[in-house]
Structure formats: structure tokens, C-alpha cells
Ligand binder design. Structure first.
Ligand code: HAM
Length: 432
């Protein structure tokens, strides 16, 4: 009896990256990494496994209780596969707090796991660009983070018709809700949870949940009015609020930098994570089919304090996932024919030429930083060319006995179909 075959499908909500998928991911993360390094962000990383406690402490109920993959190890420690990077980076900063050169500008591109219901834009494993600045309390760090977020989409030639940065402020939110609804801090937190779900639940449920928290129709209408207000009108409702001033400062700086066209004030942006204390923002794709946030971030004043006593190092940053980015790039037609880029050479071979002649060519090409390979196997010449075309090689180098004797090589450009005969010692110069 035959044993039952195992499935070739990856675990639900995760993806296999075949070479073509990997090439695409490396292409977009390569551009992002270069842009971040140019802006002087430094790359860090941490382990996939963390103590579950660091998520319970601050990430919020949904992430810690419903979305982490967690287990107890053989030593009885409660661990989680990281669902997000921010608690990890706060731990890293806290661990060397006396040695680091603040303000820090750090980034990382970890893979994260969340027990989600897989859907468009949300999977169980994703890669997330994390960009954070630590140790700067002024709005300038918020501005730097938001302008970096915009610049990361501009490297793909995205424009302001394709995405918008939706900005709010948690301090302002709490002050306005307290003024409208008369709630205390815990009451405002509960209202924020309902508002955070606003676009995911029917209007009746939204109103019912707010009424359960003691808000009548008049108060609900006042909150409704805020969703379409300009930042200046909204801030005028609570002029004493520190958060209102932070919003006004941030928007005026964005205006000065010419970034206003990319940004909108949006009172509906709360962010599900509990640690944010000031500015909060999400980048939304303007295409209606891509309705899940592409970036989410904000300012968190007290995460580092979870790990070291009496410390006051604030952070501000965002996370930006590969799933939503890929949907964005495909929808807006921003992926060039990446496989047509760059030189990659296949050295075809004939059995009557010593094999070492071919490996020498490849060694010389690689020494000149040119991607290359000798054809592996003993297929006929035509099949070797088919292999080169399918394998996205840009050129083939051909050397039979007659070329070897004459000291020349034939180089065929597979994209233009042109063929050149070059002296063997001019090989590197041909590709320079
Ligand atoms: P987040 O809003 O949970 O924030 O995630 C940020 C971004 O990661 C989302 O906007 C989305 O692009 C992507 N993302 C999140 N979950 C999934 C998923 N299940 N599948 C695909 N993509 C996903 C955070 O994680 C914060 N720690 C970000 C941060 C960094 N805040 C400050 N610094």
C-alpha cells in the first residue's frame, strides 16, 4: 500500500517564494533599503522568538491574545513568534541605552507572524519594513518619519493620486473625546476601540457600541462631524490640547516641505496598538480594492521604559508590509520588467572543447562582477540557447573549436538578437 503523499502547499496564510517571487521581493526591498541607507537609517535585527510578556505589556489585546503564535518551551518559558518588531527594537534600545548615539535612526525588514484570517492585504506571515527614530521628542522626528514614508513610495514613482498619509494624534483624540463625551482615560480608550473598528463594522453596530459607552445621538453626531474636518477646525475645538498643537505644528511643517498634497487629517485613525501616545498615521492606497492600510505608525513615549527604570526615551516610527506594497505596485502598474535588467551571461559549451576553457571564461566574468554560469549538462546547442532565454540570461558566450583556435569568442545578445565576435582577451571590456 502506498503511503499518502504530503501536501506541496505552504501553511495557510504563508507563501512560498519561488525564484521569480524572490526576485520581485528583493527588487522592491532593495530599493527601499537603498533609500533608507541614503537617508542615514541604520539596519538592525533581532530574534524571531521573544518573551510573550513583551507583547502582553503594550501591544494590546488583539495582538497579544488573539494573534500571536505562542508556546511554552521545554524550560517553561512563555514565548511568542514575533507578531511585530516594535517591542523588540525597544528592548534593543533599552539594552544599550547608555552607549547609543541618540537620536537613533534605525530600520529593519523582519518577517512577522500573526494568526489572522487570511484575506487580500493580510496574511499570517509577512515581511515588514520598520523605520523608527528614538530619542527625539519634538515634532521634527514625526516629520522625518512621515516624509520618509512618502519618499519610500516615491522611489517607485508613485504620486499623490495613488496614496495618502492619514494623520491623527492620540493625545488630541483623548482630549476631544473627553470634551465631547465627558469620558475619563479608560472611557476614552473604550471609545477609541469602537472608532478604530468603524470601517469594519456596520453603522448600527458602531452607534450601538458608542451608546453602550454612554454617548447619546448628539455626541455621536459631534464625533461624526470630526471625520470630515480640516486640521485647523478640529484643533480649534480643543485649543488647550497639547495634541492639537502637535497636529498644527506637524501639518504646518508638512506644508513647508511641500508634502501637504500627500497628507490628510483623519480623526478616524486610532491604530490598534496600545502603545501609541502622540501622532498616529496610516498610509492608505487610493485604489478601492486595496482597502487595508499599507503603513501604520506613530509616536510611543514609554516603550523603552518597559525594560529600564526611570528612563525617558521616546520613539516614533512605522511598519510597512510587503503584501500591501505588492498589491499597490501591481494595481498602479509600477513594476517595470525587472527581469530585463542587468547582464547575466550563459557560457554555452561543446564537448570537443576542454571544459576548463569554459570555466576560465566564467571565472574572468565573475572577477569582473558579471553574473555568469557555464551551461551544466550535455544538451545540444539549440537546447542550451532555449535554457538561456527561459532563464532570463541577457547574453550567451559561444566558443567552439574554431573560435578557440582563432582566439575569439562569439557573444550573442538575447534581447536584441545581435551577435558580435570579439577577441578572447577583450571579453570583460565588451561588458564594461
Ligand atoms: P501594524 O499597523 O500592525 O503596525 O502593521 C504595519 C503594517 O504592516 C500594515 O499597515 C501592513 O502593511 C503590514 N501588516 C500588518 N499585519 C499584516 C498582515 N497580517 N499581513 C500583511 N501585512 C500586514 C505595527 O506592526 C507597528 N509595530 C508598526 C510600527 C513601527 N510602529 C512604530 N514603529
Amino acid at each position: 500500500m502506498c503511503a499518502q503523499l504530503l501536501s506541496t502547499r505552504p501553511y495557510k496564510g504563508t507563501r512560498d517564494f519561488y525564484p521569480a517571487d524572490m526576485a520581485l521581493r528583493n527588487w522592491f526591498f532593495g530599493k527601499i533599503r537603498r533609500a533608507l541607507e541614503l537617508a542615514s537609517f541604520e539596519e538592525y535585527n533581532g530574534p524571531m522568538l521573544e518573551s510573550l510578556d513583551i507583547y502582553i505589556a503594550k501591544s494590546g489585546e488583539e495582538i497579544a491574545n488573539e494573534q500571536t503564535y505562542n508556546f511554552t518551551d521545554r524550560g517553561g518559558r512563555r514565548l511568542a513568534v514575533r507578531p511585530e518588531m516594535t517591542p523588540t527594537v525597544a528592548r534593543l534600545v533599552a539594552g544599550r541605552i547608555n552607549d547609543l548615539n541618540f537620536p537613533l535612526k534605525w530600520f529593519s525588514i523582519p518577517n512577522l507572524y500573526r494568526y489572522e484570517n487570511p484575506q487580500r492585504g493580510r496574511l499570517r506571515e509577512h515581511w515588514q519594513v520598520n523605520v523608527d527614530i528614538f530619542g527625539c521628542d519634538s515634532y521634527e522626528a514625526d516629520l522625518e518619519v512621515i516624509s520618509t514614508a512618502i519618499s519610500l513610495l516615491k522611489v517607485f514613482n508613485a504620486d499623490s493620486s495613488m496614496f495618502k498619509v492619514h494623520i491623527n494624534n492620540r493625545r488630541f483624540f483623548n482630549d476631544v473625546i473627553a470634551a465631547i463625551a465627558g469620558t475619563d482615560a479608560e472611557g476614552s480608550r473604550k471609545v477609541s476601540k469602537v472608532i478604530d473598528r468603524k470601517n469594519k463594522i456596520p453603522r448600527e453596530v458602531y452607534e450601538k457600541d458608542l451608546k453602550t459607552l454612554g454617548l447619546d445621538e448628539d455626541k455621536i453626531a459631534k464625533i461624526d462631524a470630526l471625520y470630515s474636518m480640516s486640521v485647523t477646525d478640529a484643533a480649534a475645538l480643543c485649543p488647550e490640547s497639547k495634541g492639537a498643537q502637535e497636529l498644527l505644528d506637524l501639518f504646518s511643517a508638512l506644508r513647508e516641505l511641500g508634502l501637504e498634497e500627500y497628507c490628510v487629517f483623519d480623526f478616524g485613525i486610532i491604530r490598534g496598538l496600545d502603545y501609541y501616545t502622540g501622532t498616529v498615521f496610516e498610509v492608505l492606497d487610493e485604489a478601492p480594492e486595496n482597502n487595508r492600510a499599507m503603513f501604520g505608525g506613530g509616536r510611543y513615549d514609554n516603550l523603552v521604559g518597559l525594560f529600564v527604570k526611570n528612563t525617558n526615551v521616546s520613539g516614533v516610527g512605522f511598519g510597512f508590509g510587503d503584501v500591501t506594497l505588492e498589491n499597490f505596485l501591481v494595481t498602479h502598474n509600477l513594476i517595470p520588467d525587472i527581469y530585463a535588467e542587468g547582464v547575466k551571461v550563459l557560457v554555452t559549451k561543446f564537448d570537443d572543447v576542454p571544459y576548463s576553457e569554459y570555466t576560465n571564461i566564467v571565472s574572468r566574468l565573475r572577477a569582473a562582477d558579471i553574473k555568469s554560469s557555464v551551461y551544466i549538462g550535455s544538451k545540444k546547442f539549440g537546447k542550451q540557447i532555449d535554457y538561456a532565454v527561459k532563464g532570463n540570461y541577457s547574453h550567451v558566450v559561444i566558443m567552439g573549436t574554431s573560435e578557440l583556435e582563432a582566439g575569439v569568442l562569439k557573444i550573442k545578445d538575447l534581447r536584441t538578437r545581435e551577435e558580435h565576435t570579439v577577441e578572447a582577451d577583450k571579453l570583460e571590456a565588451f561588458f564594461a
